[in-house]
Design a protein around this ligand. Structure first.
Ligand SMILES: Nc1ncnc2c1ncn2[C@@H]1O[C@H](COP(=O)(O)OP(=O)(O)OP(=O)(O)O)[C@@H](O)[C@H]1O
Length: 705
């Protein structure tokens, strides 16, 4: 393996090929210029004839190319012309241990400033990963290290298919020779650097919820319970299983270490064959850090593939990693055995002092030191350039090439062979492996199960904050008394008509605006958690949205009932059960339609200040014009109060027109007495429309981020 690599590597060096390339592989391929090709397997491809090259290129999925302009060394101010290709594919993942390979992976993040040139908008990108290639085999525990800002999280996100929407990933990522795709969610766990939880749940509730949504839907309740108990025991969470997770910084919350362990437990619930961990030991004491890494070591020994960024591990923890990947300034500085790194750097004149922890030494050597930027960058460039032509790099290339050949084979199967249905023996075994994969990927629970558990979580979260609800109910009671006292015992005369209409309008506004404002923070507050769980493929966006809305309904039924029950009788409106209950019904419709309007704004914008900037003018328009549901609610409640009333006292001066029946009052306000069902139906329609718009807002955000 190394011999092949060494020969070709020497050739490259002899030809003066610069291993650091900023052009994507396929562009190099199609030019057929060997001097642009830094890796042996690419050279072989470049030697293909024109037509063959095109076939190969289309197999690699490179129908579109990225033209790169700007500073190719620093990668800043880069402009991407054409649609860059992430080249994620459509295969189904495997159950045979995971070999993860990536080739010429570059990641570009958008920069804020944009400019117009020749009437075209040019958006600059910054390259944060520069043509990084690598390979990880089953049973490996890889430490991904580098100075802060080296691109560790960016690389992990790209490999895990979890990059934000605006970030451009260019290069090939193969899993057992299949192009990575959304199945990575089901196939891999990802322990994030910053954990996010619903703080009002207990540890046990959180894990039970996650087990229900993440574990195979064919697993039994006992199996899920058993797995949760087992993980809590292994990670030392049993004694805090009934404690609320809490919000960091508040009194009643788990410690940082417990949260980290809980995040880890959540990700390994399904025992995924591939695990990414972004600084899982940060915040843990040395004992727990050791325990956690030992657990990962054991998982790797069972054939799992684990990639883990790690900051300042103790020597003991560091030695538990068998593979090391060093990144510097977005480039690959080393990938190979943990022990080989020392030898490699030593060979370049960077000797680790005997008193130094090896991990500290690597980070120190690959960091850009303040005040010595130029020298640091030159050192990093030399290390990375040398690595690209080293035997370590060639070993990686051989694995990549092997996986690449597998990919070609699968492409053939899914193309000609499958269509013709006359596979060769090799194709048959590949087919079997694909079938196995599909069987062993956890089957996610159905729509209704997701909806049930998400609603459960939203309801528990909402009603575990009793103070908020107590204040809200108290406010309703106070307002009801205040308004009631102002309008006590209205009379059925000409002045009373104004009073009744006035109090009905107050009923409506009192159930409209507080309902709109009560829900404004519902989505912004939980957006990071939603986006993470959604990207992890734990649930769909529609079940999340509906569950959130269902959890709000009880509140928006109670509020109008409490308010109307107090105020209605003090004011002395129509003393019949029908009138009372119908008024309550109209106000329940009003409060819920208003809450849907608030939810629409909440889901469409990212933060409350943004929402307020749009909502305040919207509310003013609503109030001034009495439009949308306010007018519908006003009409319905007016009709309920006045229909059938015959005895309004006519106490005006002679000659002044007088309204003596309820029908005349309804007509005076240009309402129609037959329109109650129509008003209620239109409010229900508006409720649905607001929610559809809100859901689309949330959905588009989930897709973009
Ligand atoms: N979405 C983004 N938008 C803008 N810049 C980004 C984005 N993501 C990453 N970067 C930049 O890319 C570089 C690498 O970031 P990354 O988070 O991968 O570094 P890291 O090695 O994980 O650092 P740390 O150890 O501090 O977490 C940084 O300079 C960062 O500012």
């Amino acid at each position: 393996m190394s011999d092949l690599g060494s020969d070709l590597g020497s050739d490259l060096e002899a030809e003066g090929v610069v291993p650091h390339r900023s052009l994507p592989t396929e562009e190099c391929l199609l030019t057929g210029n060997p001097n642009l090709l830094g890796f042996p397997y690419l050279r072989q491809l470049s030697e293909l004839k024109g037509g063959e090259q095109e076939d190969r290129a289309s197999l690699l999925g490179s129908a579109q190319y990225v033209s790169v302009s700007g500073d190719s060394d620093t990668g800043s101010g880069v402009e991407l012309i054409g649609r860059p290709t992430t080249r994620y594919g459509t295969w189904k993942p495997v159950d045979e241990g995971i070999t993860l390979t990536w080739r010429d992976l570059s990641v570009y993040v958008p920069q804020k400033k944009a400019w117009y040139k020749r009437d075209k908008l040019h958006k600059p990108f910054k390259r944060v990963l520069n043509s990084v290639s690598g390979a990880v085999r089953p049973g490996s525990l890889v430490a991904l290290m580098g100075a802060s800002g080296a691109g560790k999280s960016t690389l992990m996100n790209a490999l895990a298919h979890r990059t934000p929407g605006e970030v451009v990933v260019d290069g090939d990522i193969l899993v057992n020779g299949h192009r990575a795709n959304r199945s990575m969610n089901a196939l891999s766990g990802y322990v994030h650097q910053h954990d996010l939880f619903v703080g009002s749940l207990t540890v046990l509730e959180h894990l039970t919820f996650m087990a229900r949504l993440r574990m195979d839907s064919r697993s039994t309740a006992n199996e899920r319970k058993g797995r949760v108990q087992e993980l809590m025991k292994e990670l030392g969470l049993t004694k805090v299983q009934h404690s609320k997770i809490g919000v960091p910084g508040t009194d009643k919350s788990l410690s940082g270490g417990e949260r980290k362990r809980l995040a880890f437990a959540t990700e390994i619930l399904t025992d995924p064959p591939l695990l990414f961990c972004d600084e899982p030991t940060t915040g843990l004491d040395s004992f727990n850090a050791r325990k956690l890494v030992r657990m990962m070591r054991e998982m790797a020994a069972r054939g799992k593939t684990i990639v883990c960024t790690i900051h300042q591990p103790s020597t003991e923890v560091f030695l538990m990693f068998d593979r090391l990947l060093l990144l510097a300034e977005g480039r690959l500085a080393y990938m190979g055995s943990s022990s080989g790194a020392m030898e490699y750097l030593d060979g370049l004149g960077h000797k680790c002092p005997s008193t130094f922890n090896p991990a500290d030494f690597y980070i120190h050597t690959l960091a850009v030191h303040h005040g010595h930027e130029r020298r640091s960058r030159e050192r990093i460039k030399r290390i990375c350039d040398n690595f690209a032509v080293s035997s370590y790099s060639k070993d990686i290339d051989v694995i990549i090439q092997y996986q690449d050949n597998k990919f070609m084979q699968y492409s053939d199967i899914s193309g000609k062979d499958m269509a013709a249905n006359n596979s060769t023996s090799t194709s048959t075994s590949s087919m079997e492996s694909i079938v196995n994969i599909v069987k062993n990927i956890p089957r996610l629970p159905g729509w209704w199960v997701q909806l049930y558990w998400l609603t459960w979580r939203a309801v528990v979260d909402s009603y575990r904050n009793p103070d908020v609800h107590a204040i809200r109910i108290l406010q309703k009671i106070l307002m009801a008394f205040l308004i009631g006292v102002c309008y006590t015992n209205v009379k059925l005369n000409q002045a009373g008509i104004q009073d009744i209409e006035g109090v009905l309008f107050i009923f409506i506004t009192e159930n409209t605006f507080p309902s709109v404002y009560a829900v404004l923070n519902v989505f912004p507050q939980e957006l990071p958690l939603f986006l993470r769980e959604y990207k992890n493929g734990i649930y769909r966006s529609d079940t999340y949205y509906i569950a959130k809305m269902l959890s709000l309904i009880p509140g928006f039924v109670c509020d109008p009932v409490i308010f109307t029950t107090i105020c209605y009788w003090i004011v002395g409106l129509q003393h019949h059960a029908y009138h009372f209950f119908m008024t309550v019904l109209v106000l329940i419709f009003t409060a819920n339609t208003a809450s849907a309007c608030g939810a629409m704004f909440s889901a469409m914008f990212e933060s409350v200040p943004y929402i307020m900037a749009f909502l305040i003018p919207f509310d003013m328009m609503l109030l001034i014009s009495g439009g949308l549901f306010i007018n519908l609610a006003n009409e319905a409640s007016t009709i309920i109060q006045w229909r059938g009333v015959k005895n309004i006292t006519c106490d005006t001066e002679p000659g002044v027109p007088c309204l003596s029946t309820g029908e005349e009052v309804i007509e005076k306000y240009t309402f129609r007495s037959w329109r109650i069902p129509y008003d209620l139906t239109f409010m229900a329609l508006l409720y649905v429309c607001f929610h559809i718009i809100g859901f689309l807002g949330l959905y588009s955000r989930a897709k973009r981020k």
